[in-house]
Design a protein. Sequence first.
Length: 80
Amino acid sequence: MAKIEINKTLEEIKGMIPHFVKMPETRLLIDYDRDADVLYISFKRPQKATDSKMLENGILLRYRESELVGITIMDASKRN
């Protein structure tokens, strides 16, 4: 990876830090499927969701009982 790309990536990560530290969970597991353009964010491992709720904006909330254990974001690359 070229130095300029590394610097750009580091700057983008730096911009995400304030959002990560405000999350209700201290451990995040993040997976991105490029082919499907879906971002998976898990707060617990294993996820084992027992229920889910699809929001109108293409975001799926995954629950185990009443606890939010993950978020699935469809069309992730098209979001700002």
